[in-house]
Ligand binder design. Structure first.
Ligand code: CLF
Ligand code: SF4
Length: 481
């Protein structure tokens, strides 16, 4: 007898209802991805997220993590977030959402694992959803407890879940985890790795079957999972994972890897592995490995300024209508930028430039996809690759701000050295303005400073065009004479 004929009518109608519900959920989630700064590279120039740090405990021990700090799977180590109660987290979210009309997502990503603190996590989401149903809810987990909470995740309207999967082979995983706490026991070695992997795989499959958009984060660990990462990417794609985010290993002070002298991931290795994996799945390139209490655009963390105390003084009012209007306008700006870029057909023009040598450029921007920031104020570079194949965002690299009140001008050379080392693979550094000292410094290091204001892709296209017509002279500031 065919298996489906065994189903009762009730089961059939349940399955149908499930299918309908899942299709709806996928449609909702995919539309929502358009305004999710992590799930959409375009959106990350315009829309903001905030994290609420409500989850202090963890149920596994990654060898690169020191639990005095935030979860390294979704955060930068070396910083510790203040743990909030669900009530305070919800109040803070409403206040931030009132201030930042472009805030579309609230995520829980630590400081430990959200599902090892399930009550706090789901209480927080529930409170937020009651008062701010327009905010998308996002969760990041190591995946150990996923299977226990699939229903809760779906019932709570959490459409986006990130799972950190560093390997799909338990023999590789066992080199990454010290222990796993599972059903009251502490497991080590291969057994620990197998339990974690099994829960991650079944959990991801169940989420996808329920229409949740799943993103997978993988920490790239030199000599451990770098040669294995293509397999991870391939498997994730086969499973229907929406995005794969391959992140550099940052080793927390005091972690086991720190004690045993493990090397962090070099920018070159990361780029090579990302290029190998790109053919296997859709990659996220714009991750900023943000804190468990980050707020704002991915490239412009405002958590230091929007503290609980500061927000209490401002006492802003959360208006769903005002926020919706503002977000429609932001989305229109985003769409119109994309239309402009599409109409200019830059990629078609680039494809014709047969004498164009591919190059990388480090661009300074505070958002809206525009070169719009003074070099001295930059906290990161956006690295783009320009070639006949088009203009592609490669990654973001964080820097120490060159001009700050705390440091005197005499300290600048050290910082310029560090910045130039960080973008040594770039032919150009592009910002709205730049002082004489960095201009001459970068020029000496063979990185040409370019002053520009406008859409990043336009400005990069102009550079490509100029590179192909070398007879056009330029000024010291990179502007055509
Ligand atoms: Fe936060 Fe993560 Fe949701 Fe984004 S972050 S829980 S998916 S809302 Fe984003 Fe930050 Fe990278 Fe994470 S940039 S570390 S990928
Ligand atoms: Fe640390 Fe996160 Fe790993 Fe837990 S899951 S040990 S908090 S990196």
């Amino acid at each position: 007898m065919k298996e489906e004929t065994l189903l009762s009518c009730h089961a059939v109608s349940d399955a149908h209802a499930d299918f309908e519900r899942n299709s709806d959920m996928t449609a909702v989630a995919q539309t929502a991805a358009k305004r999710h700064p992590c799930y959409s590279q375009d959106a990350h120039h315009y829309f903001a997220r905030m994290h609420v740090a409500v989850a202090p405990r963890c149920n596994i021990q990654c060898k690169y993590c020191n639990r005095k700090f935030d979860c390294v799977n979704e955060s930068r180590p070396g910083v510790t977030s203040e743990v909030l109660s669900p009530e305070r987290a919800s109040q803070k979210t409403l206040a931030v959402g009132a201030m930042l009309k472009n805030l579309t997502v609230v995520g829980i990503a630590g400081p430990g694992d959200p599902l090892a603190n399930a009550k706090q996590t789901f209480d927080t989401f529930s409170l937020i959803h009651k008062s701010a149903p327009d905010l998308q809810l996002c969760l990041s987990t190591n995946g150990l407890m996923l299977n226990d909470y699939i229903e809760e995740i779906c019932n709570q309207n959490i459409h986006h879940v990130t799972v950190t999967v560093n390997a799909i082979d338990a023999h590789v995983s066992e080199q990454i985890y010290q222990f796993v706490r599972w059903r009251g026991k502490t497991l080590h070695g291969l057994e620990a790795a197998e339990v974690l992997l099994q829960n991650q795989m079944t959990g991801i499959a169940a989420l996808i079957a329920h229409g949740v958009l799943v993103k997978v984060n993988s920490v790239l660990i030199p000599g451990v999972n770098d040669e294995h990462m293509v397999e991870v990417s391939k498997k994730m794609r086969e499973m229907g994972v929406f995005l794969h985010n391959i992140m550099p290993l940052i080793i927390a002070n005091g972690s086991l890897y720190h004690k045993t002298g493990m090397s962090p991931t070099s920018a070159t290795l990361l780029r090579q592995v990302q290029e190998q994996c790109e053919a296997k799945t859709q990659l996220m390139r714009h991750c900023r490995q943000c804190r468990a209490d980050a707020i704002g655009l991915l490239g412009d963390d405002r958590s230091g300024e929007l503290t609980h105390e500061a927000l209490e003084t401002m006492a802003p009012r959360y208006s769903i209508e005002e926020r919706a209007q503002a977000q429609v306008q932001i989305e229109q700006r985003m769409d119109s930028r994309n239309r402009v870029l599409k109409n200019r057909a830059l990629n078609r023009e680039l494809a014709k430039m047969s004498n164009l040598d591919p190059f990388f450029a480090a661009v300074v921007s505070t958002g809206d996809g525009i070169v719009n920031e003074h070099f001295g104020h930059a906290k990161e570079f956006q690295i783009y690759k320009v070639s006949q194949e088009g203009i592609h965002f490669v990654t973001a690299r964080r820097i120490d701000q060159y001009c700050s009140h705390e440091q005197s001008c005499s300290d600048h050379d050290d910082r310029l050295d560090a910045i130039a080392d960080l973008i040594a693979d770039c032919s150009y550094v592009m910002s709205m303005r730049m002082g004489r000292e960095p201009i001459s410094f970068f020029s000496q290091r063979g990185i040409e400073p370019i002053m520009a204001y406008g859409l990043i892709e336009h400005e990069l296209y102009r550079l490509a065009h100029r590179a192909c017509t070398p007879d056009k002279k330029t000024t010291e500031r990179g502007e055509p004479r």
